[in-house]
Design a protein around this ligand. Structure first.
Ligand code: NAG
Length: 217
């Protein structure tokens, strides 16, 4: 092996290792476009309700296993439009709590109680780790971040980042994160593959116990 092959080989190794440890990311931006964990092209889904964007396949409301989670996004109509919607709030159900992060307001709802940012619980916290951004971080590495809306910035951006160890164990609009950009990223809660984006998105509609956008109908 000459020096060149050695260097190239080592770089490839570093890249592979780096890729493996890096959290995987799903990115949602108005009106809304969803770039799935395994996706290269964003999918457009203009639902105006609340949807599960990502959850562990083993999540259940009554007795959620440790390190399981559910992340939902509520979308509302853009003023003066009857088709474009934008994410206005993000819900994270984790470690026995329901946390609402809000695009417009600088407080969170923690189990229906208003709480200020920063807020720290034993297994997660919510901080402004950069000015203009709100981030919820859990002890097992789930990271849900949104960019706050200001008069100058109306971008409606949400990121969901998950450790690579959750590979293939997720479901929701963000897909199953198994590393393959294929049909299995369009699985409905029933486990069937859906080709129509609107039907796929609507299959993840979930309102249970959450405040719905008024436009949801
Ligand atoms: C927030 O939680 C993360 C993960 O447990 C931890 O590393 C970090 O120090 C915490 N930050 C604050 C400000 O509590």
């Amino acid at each position: 092996m000459n020096t060149f092959t050695l260097v190239v080989g080592m770089c490839a190794l570093v890249l592979v290792a780096g890729h493996h440890n890096k959290p995987h990311e799903c990115f949602i931006r108005g009106d809304p476009h969803y770039l799935q964990f395994d996706g290269y092209d964003a999918l457009d889904f203009q639902g105006r309700c609340t949807y599960i964007v990502s959850e562990t396949s083993n999540f259940n409301m009554n007795n959620p296993p440790t390190d399981s989670f559910r992340v939902l996004v509520s979308n509302s109509l853009l003023p003066n439009h009857d088709d474009l919607t934008f994410s206005t709030a993000v819900w994270v159900i984790v470690h026995g709590h329901t946390v609402r992060l809000d695009m417009e307001r600088d407080v969170i709802l923690l189990d229906d109680e208003i709480a200020n940012i920063p807020h720290t619980e034993s297994n997660f916290n919510v901080t402004h780790h950069h000015p203009g951004y709100v981030r919820l971080l859990t002890s097992f590495g789930l990271e849900v971040e949104l960019q706050k809306l200001t008069n100058a910035n109306r971008k409606h951006k949400v990121w969901v980042r998950v450790p690579a160890s959750y590979n293939g164990q997720l479901r929701g609009i963000c897909g199953n994160m198994d590393g393959n950009d294929d049909d299995d990223d369009f699985l409905t809660p029933e486990g069937t593959v859906e080709n129509d984006v609107t039907v796929f998105g609507n299959s993840w509609k979930q309102s249970l116990g959450l405040v719905e956008p008024i436009e949801c109908r």
